[in-house]
Design a protein around this ligand. Structure first.
Ligand code: ACO
Length: 329
């Protein structure tokens, strides 16, 4: 088994208290609680209020991480934020977070890898810390998908929610504990199966953009589903192989929380029984880049993941992007 160069220290999360239930959605679009639960496993999701900005949610999550790590914001050398919903398009969400946190000694930048953003962040942070240029890197996954969701489109509005989660990457100190492997991959030819056509430089804000509703997420659900199952399987295989471990050795699998059927297919492929798979998609829906760090924090605080646990993290998202990390906690 590979010896880790970096370790993860501390976790944190923020989830808004406002709940949007399947019953609420029944009153908004033509859908049913039964349809949503059967097709996705989702019962409810969290929706941010106006004061719950991406920077605010991320700051709360990061403060929890720093408390566990025994560090101050000034100790942070790098802040990496995976998000598709920054508070504003310029500057990076990570810079707004840096200012809120008071982490004045850090470099701060975003990762545009959609739902895989947090795992892309871990992979990049591993490289930064391994190179010796960074000691303490905060890695955040945060989303306000409710702000880019079309609540008249039943095919997408039942899926998404808001939240943030974070962890810290540091040089490994204990020989066995830390990141054992990372894997990142993309296929840009599939971009238009899941995308937000308007609002960028190609199609800047205009009256037509508002009329077309093209600033909202568009998704070809069935095709995304098929690709997700394929890419999650590939990501599991690659990370396990590179770490030199098998699915049977994994104590906890945290898959991206998009859909219970994708989660079950991923676990089956990796040979990991469902009692080792963490699921919170029923409570939070798909929070994109935030889903894995929120789940990680829940597992660590509940004792589901403890010192020595072998953990497999696996994600896919728009791009398409997919990624995986094996970590000995
Ligand atoms: N309520 C009731 N009926 C619905 C709803 C709804 N909310 N949404 C769609 N339907 C209907 C469709 O109109 C269709 O009706 P029709 O047969 O009369 O045409 C029928 O249900 C079946 O639609 P499908 O899209 O084929 O349903 P499917 O079984 O594929 O489930 C779902 C749809 C849940 C979206 C599924 O395809 C899925 O989970 N895909 C992956 C989505 C995903 O994970 N996206 C996030 C990617 S991560 C990221 O980067 C953000």
């Amino acid at each position: 088994m590979k010896r880790p160069i970096v370790q993860l220290v501390g976790t944190g999360r923020y989830t808004p208290s406002k709940i949007l239930s399947n019953q609420d959605l029944e009153r908004m679009v033509e859908t049913s609680d039964e349809w949503i639960r059967e097709r996705t496993g989702i019962r409810e999701r969290r929706i941010s209020e106006s004061h719950e900005t991406l920077a605010y949610m991320s700051k709360v999550a990061c403060e929890q991480v720093l408390e566990v790590a025994g560090l101050t914001p000034q100790d942070v050398d790098a802040i990496l934020v995976g998000t598709a919903t920054p508070d504003r398009l310029l500057p990076a969400a990570a810079c707004d977070l840096q200012a809120e946190l008071g982490a004045k000694n850090a470099a701060a930048f975003d990762l545009g890898a959609a739902c895989s953003g947090f795992l892309y962040g871990l992979s990049i942070a591993e490289g930064l810390v391994a190179s010796g240029s960074v000691q303490n890197a905060l890695v955040v996954g945060a989303e306000r998908l409710s702000r880019i969701t079309d609540y008249t489109d039943r095919a997408t509005c039942v899926l998404f929610g808001d939240g943030a989660g974070a962890t810290l990457v540091q040089p490994a100190v204990d020989g066995d504990r830390g990141i054992l492997s990372t894997y990142i991959k993309s296929d840009g030819t599939l971009a238009e199966l899941l995308y937000r056509p308007g609002g960028g430089a190609l199609c800047p804000p205009s009256e037509q953009l508002l009329n077309d509703r093209s600033y909202f997420i568009k998704m070809a659900g069935r095709e995304v589903f098929r690709s997700a199952v394929r890419s999650m399987a590939d990501a599991c295989d690659q990370a396990l192989q590179q770490a030199g471990v098998s699915g049977e050795q994994v104590d906890v699998l945290i898959p991206h929380q998009a859909n219970i059927r994708i989660i079950e297919a991923t676990a089956k492929h990796a040979g990991i029984p469902m009692d080792k798979v963490y699921v919170n998609v029923d409570r939070f829906g798909n929070t994109s880049a935030a889903s894995i760090p929120i789940a990680l924090d829940e597992c660590v605080r509940a004792g589901t993941i403890r010192s020595g646990s072998l953990v497999l993290l696996v994600a896919f998202g728009a791009g398409f992007t997919w990624a995986s990390v094996v970590v000995r906690w």
